[in-house]
Structure formats: C-alpha cells, structure tokens
Write a protein that binds this ligand. Structure first.
Ligand code: PMP
Length: 400
C-alpha cells in the first residue's frame, strides 16, 4: 500500500551531516550543523550540567511520573525570568504564561498553532533569509508565511531600510518572527538603536512580535546583554511571544528542552491563554520530558551553579569569537581576494561567508568540507588545527 511513496529529499541542514558521515576522508570537516565543538573537535557536555545530573541521580526521592501538560512549573518560571529579567513587571503582574515544549522547534510550533487557532491575523513575516525550518514549522501550524527583507548581500550586513519598508507595508496585526540575537544563518543583528526603531514601527502598526531565542548568551557571552531586544519589547507593556531553546547555551541539544512564553495584557488573559495552550500540546505530545527541564531548573535555581554556567557559556562564546579572528587572519595571510571583514563582524555561531553554491560544492568535493549550500559555516565546529585547511579551501574556491 505504500509502493507509491516517493523518496523525500534530505533535510538541507541535517542532510549535510549524513553526507559528511559517508565521507571516508581523514581531513573531512563538518561545518553544517550548529553544534558546539571543543578545540579538539569533540562535543561538549558542560561541567555544570554534569554536576546537575549527578545531583538529580543522587536524589532518591525523584520519580519518573508524568509532568503536568504545561511541564515543570519551576523550569517555566525560571526560563521566563532568564529572558525577561528578574524585575520584569510583566512577570510580577502575572501577565506571562510559560509552557515547557520540545526545545526551540517545538516551542515555535506550539506558538504557531496557538496563533492559527486564536489570533485574528494568520500571517507571519519571517526574515529573508532565515533558519530553513521556520517556513515549514509555521505553514504546518496553519499560518500563511511571508518574508521581510533582512540581509543585504552587497554589504553583508542588515538591509535596515528594506526591513522597515516591508514591515511598514505588512497588514496591521501581522505576526513578525524576530531572531532575539545571533541571527541564523547571517550572523547579522540589528543594533540597539535599530531595534528601538523596529519596536516603534511594530507597536505603531500593532504587529505582533514572535521572538525566536536559540542563542541567548552566545552572541555577546552575556545572558542579559543578549536578552536586551526582547526586554525592550516587554518593557513597553505590549504583547509578544517567545520561543526559548537550551540546545546551544546549555549544550542540551538532544534533551529537547525549551519553552514557549506568551506575554499578555492582563493576568486574566494569560490564564485563559495558558488553558488553550494545554489544548494545543495535549494531543501533540501529551506532556514534555522531565530530565532536561530538571537539569535546567537545578542550574537556574542555584546561584553557584548559575554562575558556573555563565563562565562556561562565556568560554564557548569567546572560543567562537577567537575562531572568527583566526579564520580572518588566515585569509589575510593567504592574500585571498575580497573583503572578509564580515567574518569578524558577524555575531553568534555562524558566518555567512558569501560563498556561492558552486564554491561550496567545490570545497566539499576537493577539500571534504561540509556546509549548507548557502555558504553558512558553523564557527563552533572549527578549531585552530582545522582553520588552515578551511582557509586553503576558501582561497582555492574564490581564486579558481
Ligand atoms: N531557531 C533557530 C534560529 C535555530 O537556529 C535553531 C537551532 N538550529 C532553533 C530555533 C531550534 O533548535 P532546537 O529545536 O534544537 O532547540
């Protein structure tokens, strides 16, 4: 009965890893997926995460019962506090509802589905370009997906004018997806002054912000600094949605830990919204997994562990920043034609190199370097040892 099923294409990002795994070359390099690697090229489990897990294992009173539909209450509270700030009026006034979801992806999907059911304007604007999963998540949630200009290939920076024009001509009430920090794939973020202009425009047009926060702490190395744009939008008293992921900043990728928060006008509305969110998630996954959320709650509730986390997070962010400088220097040394300063200017895990599809294919074929076809490389997958090989490949690709 399934003989008619056609083979689906590989996922554009995870498919890169499949191709990498099939390559027997000893010099192969996977810069596709955005996962942090150590200087030795190994995946990293944070010490503070190991410590929290040990504590959880040693606690014999812990059981494996189901969580409530909305997840671990303490995790939800602490997650909202982490992004909105300890002194957030929205939290104090109980205007925020937070539900634990399956990492960032699940939080986006639940938020999208809630909007499709209960919000009057079912159009969401996503940046051009954006993380490849965004359009699929939101259209399957039942929203109509449109794009706004974001990246300018000529300057390899923000197309701020285009962004303002496109949001300015969006229908009143439309939802706008914003990367909270460290925009994926471009590594280009608005400045605080530009964020303020975006906020004013969006509020004046009643556009509804939906923040995707997959990299809090990874952009600047500081959790509060990276939360600033979101806090600006919450400080004005208006509504917004937030999808949070602990995949990158706590290295909990496969644990699938995240949360969806909806900031409402009043506590009463927040309460009703939460009751509807339960109707979205119950038939989707019934209730979320307990282990990862318990790790996060253990770390966030304990001052000492929280501080240890911030030190480890900063070290990851700084290693990435140092990789940017080293790659830039390596290209300078080789005299590679072109302006490569965007490598050090861009923010977060990725560099949007500007290499085209053909150049990427050449680097994969001749140098066994794997990346997405849009020329995005994960800086977190590089080390001092592998940078010369990458620089050689980039040099060959642009001079051939
Ligand atoms: N949003 C963006 C912009 C991302 O880059 C990612 C991870 N690549 C996610 C959301 C979701 O990741 P996860 O579901 O693993 O938390």
């Amino acid at each position: 009965v399934f003989a008619h099923v056609v083979k689906a294409p590989e996922d554009p990002i995870l498919g890169v890893t499949v191709a990498y795994n099939n390559d027997p070359s000893p010099v192969k390099l996977n810069l596709g997926v955005g996962a942090y690697r150590t200087e030795e090229g190994k995946p990293l489990v944070l010490n503070v995460v190991r410590r929290a897990e040990q504590q959880l294992v040693n606690d014999r009173s812990r059981v494996k019962e189901y969580l409530p539909i909305t997840g671990l209450a303490e995790f939800n509270k602490l997650s909202a506090k982490l992004m909105f700030g300890a002194d957030s009026p929205a939290i104090k006034e109980n205007r925020v509802t937070t539900v634990q979801c399956l990492s960032g992806t699940g939080s986006l999907r639940v938020g999208g589905e809630f909007l499709a059911r209960h919000y009057h304007e079912r159009t969401i604007y996503i940046p051009q370009p954006t993380w490849g999963n965004h359009p699929k998540i939101f259209s399957l949630a039942g929203l109509s997906v449109k794009t706004y200009r974001y990246y300018d290939p000529a300057t390899r920076g923000l197309n701020f004018q285009g962004l303002l024009e496109d949001l300015g001509s969006a229908p009143s009430g439309a939802v706008v997806l914003l990367h909270a920090c460290a925009h994926n794939p471009t590594g280009v973020d608005p400045t605080i002054q530009q964020w303020e202009k975006i906020r004013q425009l969006m509020r004046s047009k009643r556009l509804l912000p939906f923040f995707d926060s997959a990299y809090q702490g990874f952009a600047s190395g500081n959790l509060d600094t990276d939360a600033k744009p979101v806090r600006m939008f919450v400080a004005d008293g208006g509504e917004c949605l937030l999808a949070q992921s602990y995949a990158k900043n706590m290295g909990l990728y496969g644990e699938r830990v995240g949360a969806l928060s909806i900031v409402c006008n009043t506590a009463d509305v927040a309460n009703r919204v939460e009751s509807q969110l339960k109707l979205v998630t119950r038939p989707m996954f019934s209730n979320p997994p307990i282990h990862g959320a318990s790790i996060v709650a253990t770390i966030l509730r304990d001052r000492n562990m929280y501080d240890e986390w911030t030190v480890e997070l900063k070290a990851m962010a700084e290693r990435i920043i140092s990789m940017r400088q080293k790659l830039f220097d390596a290209l300078q040394t080789r005299g590679t034609p072109g302006d490569w300063s965007h490598i050090i200017k861009q923010i977060g895990m990725f560099t949007f190199t500007g290499l085209n599809k053909e150049q990427v294919a050449f680097m994969t074929k001749e140098y066994h370097i794997y990346m997405t076809s849009d020329g995005r490389i994960s800086m977190a997958g590089l080390s001092s040892k592998t940078i010369p090989h990458l620089a050689d490949a980039m040099h060959a690709a642009v001079t051939r």
